[in-house]
Write a protein of this length. Structure first.
Length: 418
């Protein structure tokens, strides 16, 4: 980064307007950039609501899941389809350059998220949970797609959204969004630079997906019981731990999710636990933690990240027997076979997504283990693969951070490419 760009960033952060720039309601931008209302670029329309029997065949139909993908939408990548006639397709068509918006979400952070359709050969359609922005003006579609993801635009979208249980955004609200746009030639240049980052992130994601498949195959091969392996119940190798905190904020609050363990302050960008967390359960390094209500959905984790932490009293924490390899046991307990056993050991709760774990049935679940030397050998292979997987995941996170930083610099005009 040049000294000129660093100085420009410092000026803007201090609220000063650098030479050749101007101050607008949505930020400081190059003087020649134009203020544009989103409804001068796009014509909005809600999507198709059809009978259940119409779904599954026919024309590809863009849904919220397609919008939430980080990569642009192409006909071949659309997951859903719907059986509609030619007149309906003409009315609800999606063509190259159209922008699709999520109508409803569970959080404000996801409100009105958008994505672009970049397939020039095929016409798609879109569902009733989506708002289509039909291209009615001259703009670079990839550029506008990235611009709609910048901080200033997302703040506008979130401010214009409304709702309690579900956060909704409508056509009128989208029409009010204001953008600062560069001239079309610079749009193309910015789009070309950012596309390289999109491609890099996409390639890294595909590598990780490939590694995930390899990991599943490796674990299945390594953990399939062999001759000489002995049956053992979970109750024999797991001992419930019940140490509790004695003072407020004694340890960092940890959230256990299907995706792993996270500091609550990082996962939610804030601490959402009770202010009085005396009596929370203490989670130590090397222990297993699970949610009795969501175990059947896969909420079980091995703590190999935090020396000490605390979790809600509703969680169950277990020490693993010293006669077993902890990495091996924790890996076994997160396999699809064990997930099936957890379903059988859980009873329907007050909510459809919550089931109560029957601890007697849980303790009776049987796994098969080799002698300890063989356990250590298997665990070593698993750890080596986990290390590789973690390194590639860190690379992806770094690429995403760099991509986000580049988006912010180019789409606010701090860095010019023309």
């Amino acid at each position: 980064m040049t000294q000129e760009i660093k100085r420009r960033i410092e000026q803007i952060n201090c609220g000063e307007v650098p030479q050749g720039y101007k101050k607008t309601a949505v930020g400081i931008v190059p003087a020649e950039w134009q203020k544009v209302n989103l409804n001068t670029l796009l014509e909005f329309k809600n999507g198709i609501n059809a009978e259940k029997g119409k779904f599954g065949t026919g024309i590809k139909m863009i849904s919220v899941m397609d919008i939430l993908e980080n990569e642009p939408i192409y006909y071949s990548t659309i997951k859903g389809s719907i059986d509609i006639d030619a007149d309906t397709l003409e009315k609800y068509c999606v063509n190259f350059g159209d922008i699709l918006f999520q109508r409803s979400s569970e959080t404000f952070d996801d409100a009105g998220k958008s994505n672009v359709y970049l397939d020039e050969e095929h016409t798609a359609t879109y569902s009733g949970f989506v708002i289509r922005g039909k291209k009615i003006s001259d703009y670079d579609p990839s550029y506008l797609n990235e611009l709609l993801k910048t901080q200033s635009i997302r703040k506008q979208v979130i401010r214009l959204s409304a709702g309690s249980q579900h956060i909704n955004i409508g056509q009128d609200a989208l029409s009010e969004i204001v953008l600062n746009m560069s001239k079309i030639d610079e749009q193309h240049d910015i789009s070309e630079v950012l596309s390289k980052w999109v491609e890099a992130v996409s390639l890294q994601k595909k590598l990780i997906e490939k590694l995930e498949l390899q990991k599943k195959a490796l674990i299945q091969k390594l953990l399939t019981p062999k001759k000489g392996w002995n049956p053992v119940s979970l109750g024999e190798i797991l001992k419930e731990a019940s140490t509790k905190t004695e003072i407020i904020n004694q340890y960092p609050t940890i959230s256990s999710t299907k995706k792993g363990l996270f500091l609550q302050s990082e996962y939610f960008d804030k601490d959402v636990a009770s202010e009085d967390n005396v009596g929370y359960k203490v989670l130590k390094l090397g222990q297993i933690v699970l949610s009795p209500q969501n175990l059947w959905l896969g909420n079980i984790n091995f703590n190999n990240k935090y020396e000490f932490g605390m979790v809600s009293p509703s969680y169950k924490i277990f020490d693993i027997s010293e006669n077993c390899n902890r990495v091996l046991i924790s890996t076994i307990m997160q396999t699809p076979r064990m997930l099936y056993q957890y379903v059988l050991s859980s009873e329907q709760g007050a909510s459809v997504v919550r089931r109560n774990l029957n601890m007697d049935l849980f303790n009776q679940i049987v796994i098969h283990l080799p002698i300890i030397d063989k356990q250590n050998c298997i665990a070593n292979q698993i750890e080596k693969f986990n290390t590789l997987f973690e390194l590639e995941t860190q690379k992806l996170d770094k690429l995403k951070q760099q991509q986000k930083a580049m988006q912010q610099l180019l789409l606010t005009g701090i860095v010019r490419v023309s």
